[in-house]
Design a protein around this ligand. Structure first.
Ligand code: KG4
Ligand code: ZN
Length: 336
């Protein structure tokens, strides 16, 4: 079965072609226009998707070496995400599926992150635990079998990536903040400042990052007062980045450890932009070794937003007869 997957929920315009779950192409165009504004500007994202959607789909088909008529289905992210951005993808997919007279398959973006580990061998085995950490979401999910999942915990305030982005902004590093903090943290001392780890009570899998973020703000204010308003040195910046990152990663890893203890999954997967974090990858690997649970960390292009994961879940759903109608609408606030 040949499935085209289309993703336009945020600031990546992406299209991919999969054959029975195997990736033939995965084209991702990341919108750089938002950098100048220090965050994703929804209206600019929608306009960029409009400009990019046809060339990106065209390239995905060409790269896969197939003609549109050979497709067996068109899968698209219908939510959650930025409404204007989603509308571009959903309406393109509806038109394309209608013109080709092929099935249309709506895919939940978070569900797609959940199964992205299946894009690579060795694939996860059920039941598995999945940590979704992106700019908009932080969730720990137990997946018992296909489409049978239970959210164990989610963030009560900021998403993990959002905390990285906001702290980077406070430190004057730029956007997106995650990779910039990560790079500086490699050069810094993680014990420089003891930022709080919000672990909540035992048996609680929820997350909270606003406390850590506010502590960084207070630390910065105090520091600037002490030195009469002058800027941080390069060493201090690196040390704060390392201390902040370690605090966030400690919390993420501890929640995964609790999930492994309680539910004894066979695998642990991570997905979403923050799963690019080098410290998180290293520590999740260590956790796997310590607990004997196999860790599946897909390559980066499958961890961040991509069309391949949409086509994958589209294929799973189409195989199970879960097809959408032309009434399909984009929904900004959709849960897992
Ligand atoms: O999944 P994603 O590409 O987009 C959505 O939010 O859906 O995630 C983007 C987030 C941003 O907040 C970015 O700062 C963060 O992922 N991120 C990282 C790293 N690379 C990207 N956070 C920490 N360390 C990184 N290396
Ligand atoms: Zn995402």
């Amino acid at each position: 079965m040949l499935v085209l997957g289309i993703e336009t929920s945020c600031d990546e315009t992406s299209a991919a072609v999969l054959q029975d779950g195997r990736v033939l192409s995965n084209v991702i165009s990341s919108q750089l226009i938002h950098k100048a504004y220090g965050g994703v500007v929804p209206e600019l994202a929608s306009r960029a998707h409009l400009r990019l959607i046809i060339p990106v789909v065209d390239e995905a088909l060409k790269h896969a070496g197939i003609r549109p008529a050979s497709l067996d289905g068109v899968a698209v992210t219908s939510g959650p995400g930025l409404i204007g951005a989603l509308i571009v993808g959903v309406n393109f997919a509806k038109s394309f599926a209608y013109a080709l007279q092929k099935p249309l398959i709506a895919v939940n973006h978070l569900e797609a992150h959940l199964y992205s580990g299946f894009l690579e061998a060795p694939q996860p085995e059920y039941p598995f635990l999945s940590l979704i950490v992106s700019g908009g979401h932080t969730q720990l999910v137990l997946v018992r079998s296909p489409f049978d999942h239970q959210i164990l915990g989610e963030t009560r305030d900021d998403a993990a990536g959002e905390a990285f982005d906001k702290v980077a902004k406070m430190l004057g590093l730029g956007f997106p903040g995650g990779p910039l903090v990560d790079a500086r943290a490699k050069l810094g001392d993680p014990a420089f400042v003891g930022f709080p780890r919000t672990l909540l009570s035992v048996g609680d899998y929820d997350f909270s990052f606003s406390g850590i973020k506010t502590s960084v703000l207070y630390w910065l204010r105090r520091k600037k007062n002490d030195v009469g308003g002058s800027e941080l040195t390069e060493d201090e910046l690196n040390n704060v980045c390392a201390s902040f990152q370690t605090a966030v990663v400690d919390v993420l890893v501890e929640k995964c450890a609790r999930g492994i203890d309680s539910f004894r999954p066979r695998c642990l997967t991570i997905a979403g932009g923050v799963s690019a974090n080098s410290e998180l990858r290293r520590r999740i690997g260590d956790l796997g070794k310590r607990t004997g649970v196999r860790v599946c960390v897909p390559r980066m292009e499958y961890c961040t937003d991509n069309g391949a994961m949409i086509a994958l879940v589209g294929w799973m759903k189409a195989s199970a007869g879960m097809i959408s109608t032309m009434e399909l609408d984009a929904v900004a606030g959709m849960s897992l």
